[in-house]
Structure formats: C-alpha cells, structure tokens
Design a protein around this ligand. Structure first.
Ligand code: URP
Ligand code: ZN
Ligand code: ZN
Length: 458
C-alpha cells in the first residue's frame, strides 16, 4: 500500500514549493503538483502545513554506562521520543570504556538497538584506547558500514585518549576516509581545576562551569585541530558551546584544517544561570561542556545562520533526579547530561526560525540535510525521488508546551519545563510508514534499522 501526502508545502535546505509526495516500498517515488491517490493508498492531508525531510540527530547517547551509572533511555523509549520530536534517525556513540574490548562493545551496542528501535539509527565508533587489537577491529567495523569515529579529549581514565592514541586514530581515519568526531576539553586542566575548587569547599553544581571554563574547551579544540592538521584527517567538533572555542575552530578552518562544527540545542537556549539554581536544582542542567554565559548564545546563532556552525544536535544523555543526587556534596560526581532528543526541533524552530535567528532552509540543513552529507547517510536528509520516505509534517499555526508530564523520554524532569513552542509536529513517517499520526504515536517497535554508511575513502 502506498502513502500519499497531499497539499503540503515542501521545505528543504534550498527550496520551498507546494506539491504532493507519493511513497512506495520505503522510498519517495513521485513528487508532483497533483497526484491522484491510488485506491488503496493511505492519504495524509497536509493542507496549511510544512513537509520537512526527516530530521537527523548526529549526537545522542541511549545506552551509556557513564559516571558510575547508566543513561536512562532504552532504544525503545529513546527512539519513540525521537520520533515524537520529528527526529527519524539518530547517530549514537557506541562507547566501550578504556578497560573494555572494542569489538565486544560494538556487538553489545548494536545488540541493544536491534529489534528495539522505532526509528533508524547508526553509530559513531567510540575509541577510548588504541592497543594492539584496535586497528584491525576498526578496519572490520568500518568495512561493516560504520563510517565515523568518536574520541574524547576529556573524561580522563574513562573514555579519554592520550595524544599517541589520538594520532594513531587520526592516521587510520585519514587512510579509511572516516570522519572523526571529538569532545574537546583539556582533561588535565579540568581534573586540576576540579580538585582546586573542591579543596576550597566549592562543591555545588554552580562550580561545574568554573571547573571547565571556556578557555579549557578552546584549548582542547585547538589541540584537536592541530592533530587534524598534522594528519590530514577530517574532524567534527561536537557540542561547541562558546565564542572563544568558535574562534579557535574557525581560525583552524581558515588555515585549511578539514573541520566541521556541531553545537547542541541546550547551548543555544540555556545559560549557566540554570546550573546556578538554588537547592541543588542546578544539577538538572549539568552537562559538559557546561552551559555558558548568555552572551555566547547570539554568537552561536549568528554562526549557525551563516553555516559556520554546520549542525545542531542534542547530546541527549538523560539522568533522572535520583541519579543527579549522586553529586550532592561533590559536583564532579553529578552525572553529566540532559534529556533533549524530543525537543531539538521544536526549540530550534521556535528560537531559531520564529525568532528570526535562522532561515527555515538553514534550519532544515543544520538538523537534517548537512548531517546526512557529513556522515554519509545517503538515503536521508532530502525530499527527492529515490530517497527514503522519512518525512515530518509540521503545522506552523499550532502551539505546544514542553513538560516532563507529557514527554516520552524516560526521564522525570525536562530542562525546558513549561516552555511554549511555536508549531506542532503532527505526522512523521519512517521509510514510508506512519509513526506519528495527528500527534499520536503509532510506530512499530523494531522497525528501525541500522543505517550502514560508506566512508569518503571507500
Ligand atoms: O554532559 C555530557 N555531554 N554528557 C554526555 C557525554 C558527552 O560528553 O557527550
Ligand atoms: Zn561530549
Ligand atoms: Zn555526547
């Protein structure tokens, strides 16, 4: 049975026009001014609504053992929340720690997702050490279709790699044509600053930001860029949070370093005052890099509008209030991360497009089309004949309110509780099947599939 989307306004990264879309066997097979519905077709009337390509979140954590606990979502809850928020595919980091075997980690993570996800997904291969087995294992995993690596220049002794390991990773990535995503902070400075602050009795969540100041992120970014320059590998900075880091990244790009930049939705709309809230409420807002001074936000919006920041992700990494309590009396023990996978598109549209910070085309580009291009998701990110029928139908005339009472993420708080948003996602399709219909979830568990990607060098 085909699916016909009628009367909508199609909005892509570079065009907008009214047309009908017909989908058969998972793909878009026809786009035309008027398509007559075959008798057995399912029809969605998108009159007065926008039709966007399915949004792609390039940075999420679903299964994540981290800071002595586990992120709260499962692939079932995380992918349902993603779809309710208009995200039809995500890229998760598979993240074995230094003590674990990479291949076992690959099997663990892919096994957790398989049969459980409602939406499509892929993985960045987290590299937390580079020992005698790593190169051969990476070659095998990349040949199997995982075309991006993830390294941490932070979280010393857990995920973090040393400089020798970073160099070897980048040399192999260059050879294989794999893009390397990186969390950039100087981990030694973070460790020293944390100890200094704790020794001064500064133990609350408000001290998280001073323990990882802007300059520490800028320094980590400069370090990564220098390694990219020396190896010729292609890099991607995740969750860039502030203007000093942006300047460092853009300076590297201007001298020819092959680098793309991601920022995440919390950094555009929340500032460090939230993490300074009294009575330990600030713990809800602890993530790394931390929420920054508000002045940074306009610099991020401007860079995003001009395409200097390439993509907007979430860094979705939910911990509930009980887990956040692990850091009472010692902010370094607050699990880092926030739930956001369901809210990225609503917030980016409201605070970007509606508030005049972002064109609607750059919105689509940053949250879908450019993500697909950077990470080799060839079937995703576009509305075109032959592409996967991943579509988001959006009513710009409705409004909504964000709340933990109504969200689908497996978490007992929302960092955006009570915030009003412009527009509503009404319908979502994944490869031609309706997963959200008139705002109601009707996805199929296990239908989401692992997206295999080709490397630039393959
Ligand atoms: O605070 C964060 N960002 N938590 C998730 C792990 C990471 O650094 O991406
Ligand atoms: Zn990170
Ligand atoms: Zn992350």
């Amino acid at each position: 049975m085909g699916l016909l989307i009628k009367n909508g306004e199609i909005i892509t990264a570079d065009s907008r026009y009214h047309a009908d879309i017909y989908c058969e066997d998972e793909t878009i097979t026809k786009i035309a001014q008027h398509i007559e519905a075959p008798e057995d077709a399912e029809v969605i009337d998108a009159q007065g609504k926008y039709v966007f390509p399915g949004f792609i979140d390039p940075h999420v954590h679903i299964y994540l053992p981290f800071m002595s606990t586990f992120a709260k979502d499962t692939h079932e809850t995380g992918s349902k929340a993603a779809l309710m928020g208009g995200t039809t595919s995500f890229i998760e980091m598979l993240a074995p720690s230094r003590g674990e075997d990479l291949m076992e980690g690959y099997e663990l993570w892919t096994g957790k997702a398989e049969g459980n996800s409602y939406c499509d997904y892929s993985f960045h291969i987290g590299i937390s050490k580079f020992d005698g087995n790593t190169e051969a294992q990476l070659r095998e995993i990349v040949a199997g279709g995982m075309a991006s690596f993830k390294v941490f220049l932070a979280y010393k002794n857990f995920f973090g790699v040393n400089d020798e390991e970073l160099y070897k990773t980048l040399m192999l990535a260059k050879e294989l044509g794999v893009i390397v995503t990186a969390h950039c902070e100087n981990d030694e400075l973070v460790a020293q600053l944390q100890q200094t602050l704790l020794a001064q009795g500064k133990t609350g969540p408000e001290w998280h930001e001073p323990s990882r100041p802007e300059r520490v992120e800028a320094d980590g970014t400069h370090h990564f860029a220098t390694f990219l320059e020396m190896t010729g590998a292609k890099g991607y900075i995740v969750h860039l949070s502030c203007e000093p880091t942006l300047k460092v990244a853009l300076e590297a790009k201007s001298r020819g370093v092959d680098l793309a930049i991601e920022s995440v939705i919390p950094h555009f709309v929340l500032d460090k005052c939230y993490a300074e809230r009294a009575n330990y409420e600030g713990a809800k807002y602890i993530m790394s890099p931390p929420l920054r001074d508000k002045e940074n936000q306009q610099a991020l919006w401007n860079a995003l509008a001009q395409g200097m920041i390439d993509t907007v992700a979430t860094d979705h990494c939910p911990f509930d209030l009980e887990q956040k309590d692990m850091g009472k009396g010692d902010f370094t023990k607050i699990p880092n991360g926030m739930p956001a996978i369901e809210e990225r598109i609503k917030l980016l549209y409201t605070y970007g497009v509606s508030r005049g910070n972002l064109s609607i085309h750059r919105f689509v580009d940053a949250a879908s089309t450019r993500v697909a291009k950077l990470f080799g998701l060839e079937q995703k990110g576009q509305i075109a004949v032959g592409k996967d029928a991943d579509l988001v139908i959006f009513d710009p005339n409705q409004r909504g309110t964000i709340s933990a009472k109504t969200h689908h993420m497996n978490n007992d708080y929302s960092a955006f509780e009570g915030w009003d948003v412009d527009g509503q996602i009404t319908d979502v399709t994944v490869r031609g099947k309706v997963a959200v219909s008139s705002g109601k979830f009707q996805g199929t568990k296990g239908r989401g599939k692992l997206i295999k990607r080709k490397t630039a060098g393959a």
